[in-house]
Design a protein around this ligand. Structure first.
Ligand SMILES: Cc1cc2nc3c(=O)[nH]c(=O)nc-3n(C[C@H](O)[C@H](O)[C@H](O)COP(=O)(O)O)c2cc1C
Length: 344
């Protein structure tokens, strides 16, 4: 803010000649972690096995297919859709478990392949690995139910990594079998992990009703206390945005609360203003802010201190000069009793 004020000060002198370049709007998301059950930041992986192609009870029947009477064609698998919703809700990273020998699109052939894998207790070779599995604290594992079983490729996946000490959370789609005992199978296979209660969603629901699927996921995650809460970076950005909006709204109460006492606003001329003087000029119409756009905010959080760097396009009328200016900003924040406040 100090910097912003400074630059506005300069612009007062050279407003007419100003040719500051405007940046393209690009407000990026921040933060990749989620808050876990104990309040700590956790890295979350959402790994899933899922098939596109023909499946039971979903999609559009494919002309000429021998399974068309009972299977339709889908572009994205049911479990993949569910996995995306979980990743979105938790802030987790997605990883698709795929086999070196891809599964057939054709439903009748797939039924047979799965049957053979179960009969031989196969461990199909996987394509691709999670490089940084050690970095994840929580691993969601998603899969369809095949012939009332956990797909054999999921065994391959579970046996490929050391999951001890991690929190593992199963989820699956099905067309009537529910979890089909796979919760217990995963708990037995990962007896050194903390396996939480999984979620089973009908494949047709995941495929055709995203609202309902999202509601089921939210309710489940809330029960597990795994729902994503704002990261510190997002909270700092939210405070900065609240300050910008409060300047527009001339909401002095909010500005007074969010700027720490003693904050000094400095003009480029060297003239300094207290909070009270600055707010007075906002109140009496000397300073008027109409619109702000924050471009590419970068937030560094270090314990109870944070710095937000960005460029901000401000539409304002200050000391009688109207204009739109894009200005570099370095705003400082301190966390007190769990809340972030701005200062210089
Ligand atoms: C080979 C195969 C076997 C299946 N067996 C069952 C089953 O035993 N019980 C069930 O409820 N659904 C069964 N289904 C349906 C799938 O579990 C369901 O369509 C699931 O949502 C597919 O997920 P995906 O699209 O992510 O692969 C089977 C599907 C296939 C392809």
């Amino acid at each position: 803010m100090k910097r912003l004020f400074k630059v506005v000060g300069v612009l007062l002198l050279i407003a007419a000649a100003s040719s500051m370049e405007l940046f393209a709007a690009d407000q990026s998301a921040v933060g990749e972690t989620a808050i876990g059950q104990d309040g700590s930041e956790q890295h979350i992986l959402v790994a899933f096995l899922s098939r596109s192609g023909e499946n039971y009870n979903v999609g559009t029947p494919k002309e000429g297919s021998e399974s068309a009477a009972y299977a339709g064609y889908i572009e994205k698998g049911n479990t993949a859709i569910l996995a995306e919703i979980i990743a979105e809700a938790t802030g987790g990273d997605l990883f698709a478990i795929t086999t070196a020998n891809p599964y057939p699109d054709d439903y009748a052939s797939m039924l047979q392949v799965a049957q053979e894998e179960i009969a031989t207790d196969a461990r199909p070779e996987l394509a691709g690995t999670v490089e940084d599995m050690d970095d994840y604290d929580v691993v969601f594992i998603g899969y369809p139910i095949w012939h009332a079983h956990l797909p054999q490729a999921v065994y391959s996946f579970l046996e490929s990594y050391d999951m001890s000490g991690k929190t593992v959370i199963p989820f699956n789609t099905h067309e009537g079998s529910g979890q089909a005992g796979t919760q217990q199978i995963i708990e037995d296979a990962l007896n050194e992990s903390k396996v939480l209660q999984g979620l089973a969603v009908q494949g047709k629901t995941a495929q055709e009703d995203p609202e309902q699927t999202r509601a089921l996921v939210d309710e489940w995650l809330e029960g597990l206390e795994m729902k994503r809460t704002e990261s510190e970076n997002e909270r700092v950005l939210a405070v900065y945005e609240t300050i910008q909006q409060a300047m527009i709204d001339k909401d002095i109460t909010s500005l007074d609360r969010l700027y720490l006492d003693g904050t000094i606003f400095t003009h480029m001329s060297g003239k300094t203003q207290s909070k009270e003087e600055f707010f007075g000029e906002i109140s009496d119409g000397t300073l008027n802010y109409y619109k702000y756009v924050i471009h590419d905010p970068q937030i560094e959080v270090d314990g109870n201190e944070a710095v937000l760097s960005a460029s901000v396009t401000l539409t304002a009328k200050v000391y009688g000069a109207s204009g739109e200016w894009t200005l570099p900003v370095n705003a400082h924040f301190t966390k007190i009793d769990g809340e972030w406040y701005s200062h210089n």
